[in-house]
Design a protein around this ligand. Structure first.
Ligand code: F6R
Length: 368
């Protein structure tokens, strides 16, 4: 049931504030401390973990890349993010002190299942972040942290992605709490700010029409580039994946810092480039990314910038600016990804494509 929306994808994009809210709900105990009761790995074991390895595929792997910045910052544990199908065959260094975090919407992705089996054979504990209770990945993990995004029908993942990132933040804060990396006040402050994100996501949705208008006018584009820095880098990758999947447009995501190491050669007159700009409250990230906008603009790019409300430093070099409300840097991906999802969905719609059932793709990839 599409609830009045033309496509499941649009419906699911608009369900994201609720998906994030539901994923956060009920995670605080009576004393206000973070509890994750699905995590049934002894605290003593979690305290001894010396490495986190996140395994996933596709969009779920980009959620994992966002999580890496948060978990390393909060917990001071090294975090690796690896595509499940690469992890398995690499002979990875994994042992009893490794915490493997498997992320999957369906819980049935064969590549991820095989990677979990491989990790457990080496003695690692596995926490899975899945959207489907009772799925194979949930059953084969030592602990499960459910995303409460509700069923995702459209092949292209949207609300599962933001719910996965949210669950990863909870796991990161939980680890920081039990390992004593952060004071409880600090953890509460992060949780309070996380609880404010769904309302901010709604604000982004409320301004979606401006994104749709631009997208509809770009139905003839053949290539779109996406740049991001820090947590904006996986957001750029995800924006590019959405466009490939449903609009069949050649799209590439890059770390903004890589621009001068190669990709800038692609930029010619009229080339559309999305740039995910960090908050100006992190000047070391922000200034460099604004320079990247300037560099591609100088080579004739059509610059489409995602920037915080009130950040007018981008105006001079941006052809189009999509605004997101201010939020802590680590949480910005939840807001910044939404204009990119809306863009891909509207552009595919304008091309007359089947947004929910793109060619050659299946919702669950149950073969390797
Ligand atoms: C992208 C997409 C895929 C999945 C990937 C993993 O929109 O849907 O890239 O994210 O196949 O699937 P799950 O999360 O079910 O393991």
């Amino acid at each position: 049931d599409k609830d009045g929306w033309d496509t499941f994808m649009e419906k699911e994009i608009h369900e994201q504030p609720e998906a994030v809210r539901a994923t956060l709900e009920g995670r605080l105990d009576a004393k206000g401390a973070l509890t994750l009761d699905e995590v049934r790995i002894p605290e003593s074991l979690l305290r001894s973990v010396d490495k986190v390895v996140i395994i996933a595929c596709g969009t779920a792997a980009y959620a994992g890349q966002v999580a890496r910045y948060a978990i390393e910052h909060w917990c001071r544990i090294p975090v690796e993010v690896e595509l499940a199908h690469e992890f398995r065959y690499r002979d990875p260094v994994v042992n009893e002190k490794t915490l493997v975090v498997a992320i999957s919407q369906s819980g049935e992705t064969m590549d991820t299942i095989m990677a979990i089996r491989h990790a457990r054979e080496q003695g690692a504990r596995v926490v899975s972040i899945v959207n489907t209770p009772g799925s194979t990945i949930a059953r084969e993990s030592d602990a499960v942290l459910l995303t409460h995004a509700g069923p995702e029908i459209a092949v292209a993942s949207t609300k599962a992605f933001t719910a996965q990132i949210t669950a990863c933040y909870l796991l990161g804060l939980y680890l920081a709490q039990i390992r004593g990396n952060k004071y409880i006040d600090e953890i509460h402050d992060y949780l309070d700010k996380l609880a404010q994100i769904p309302d901010k996501m709604q604000e982004v949705l409320d301004s979606g029409e401006s994104v749709r208008q631009i997208a509809r006018a770009m139905a003839d584009e053949e290539s779109v580039l996406f740049l991001g820095r820090h947590v904006g880098y996986p957001v750029a990758m995800e924006g590019a994946l959405k466009l490939k999947e449903i609009a069949y447009i050649h799209a590439e995501g890059f770390a903004a810092g890589e621009l001068k190491h190669g990709p800038i050669a692609l930029v010619e007159e009229g080339q559309p480039v999305f740039i995910v700009v960090p908050t100006p409250r992190r000047p070391e990230l922000h200034q460099k990314t604004v320079s990247n906008v300037q560099q591609v603009k100088a080579r004739g790019a059509k610059t489409m910038v995602i920037a915080e409300v009130g950040d007018d430093s981008v105006d001079e070099y941006a052809d189009i600016v999509f605004r997101v409300p201010p939020a802590p840097t680590l949480y910005l991906p939840l807001l910044q990804v939404m204009p990119l999802q809306i863009f891909a969905c509207a552009l595919a719609g304008a091309k007359g494509l089947d947004v929910d059932q793109p060619r050659n793709l299946a919702k669950s990839v149950t073969v390797e």
